[in-house]
Every structure is written in C-alpha cells, then in structure tokens.
Design a protein around this ligand. Structure first.
Ligand code: CMP
Length: 140
C-alpha cells in the first residue's frame, strides 16, 4: 500500500466547540500522522478560492459564511492510503448519513456544519495542500 498525503480541515463549527484535539486524536488513532498543522481565520477571498469548485451551488454563500465565522485548523495527514482512509474516518458529508463511529456522526451538527473537510482524490489533495502550505511547512 502507498504512503499518501491528504489535506484536512477542522472547521469553525468544531474549533468553536474546542474539538481540535478530539478530532485530531481520531486521525492519530486510525494511523494517520499530522505532518503539518496551522490555525487560520480564513478571509472571504480565501474561502471563496478554496471552495471555487462549488461557486455555482445554492449553498455556496452559506458555506463561505460558515468557513469565515471562526478559526479553522488546516492540516496535512500522512499514512497508508491516507486519502481514502481519511474519507472513511470522516464519514458521509451529511452527518445524518454518516456511519457510527465516524467523525461526522460523532461531532457534526448538520451538512453545513459538518466539522471536517478532507480531499477526495490525489489531484485535489495536491491542490488543496498547496493552497495552504509551502513545502517547508510540511515535516514528515
Ligand atoms: P466539504 O467536504 O467541506 O465540501 C463542501 C462543503 O459544502 C461540504 O463539506 C458541506 O459542509 C457543504 N455542503 C454540501 N452540501 C451542502 C448543502 N446542501 N447545504 C449546505 N452546505 C452544504
């Protein structure tokens, strides 16, 4: 199996409830290693740029508003099959559909306040990591 890196965010709904450590522990307990991490309060421009793929969606305004409402912890996670593994650990986007034991089932409040984001494919992982981190900030 391949060692991969994926991009992860602990979203404002979670940081506001002081869940940064609890969520990071789930990653670590499942074999993912935090190789970069920083806490940011993203600007409207940063949120719109990061989620540009969703800009035509009806929920885009709500998404940008939520992501700029408080601090976000942006992280790079490393491990075997990290991209798929992280998606399994997070659970479905809508917490009502997320499996028991997943981060979203345990912590998320709604589809808009779903506590975490994770890259969905190798190409997006590379793009999303680059959006927030320089190479020297990632220490594996
Ligand atoms: P995320 O994995 O960060 O990718 C895009 C986000 O848009 C998603 O998680 C949700 O938080 C949000 N989202 C997706 N669908 C909806 C929706 N129908 N209403 C509000 N927010 C949504």
């Amino acid at each position: 199996m391949a060692i991969e890196r994926t991009f992860s965010m602990i979203k404002p709904d979670a940081t506001k409830r002081n869940l940064t450590g609890a969520i990071t522990k789930v990653f670590e307990d499942n074999g993912l290693r935090v190789v970069a991490s920083k806490r940011v309060w993203m600007s409207k421009r940063e949120a719109e740029g990061f989620y540009a793929v969703h800009k035509e969606r009806p929920f885009f305004g709500e998404l940008v508003e939520g992501m700029t409402s408080g601090p976000t912890v942006v992280q790079v996670l490393e491990g075997e099959n990290a991209i798929l593994k992280n998606r399994e650990i997070m659970g479905a986007t809508n917490p009502e559909q997320a499996a028991e034991g997943t981060i979203r089932k345990t912590f998320a409040l709604s589809i808009g306040e779903n506590s975490v984001h994770g890259s969905d494919a190798p190409e997006t992982a590379a793009q999303e990591i680059k959006y927030w981190f320089s190479d020297t900030e990632i220490v594996g």
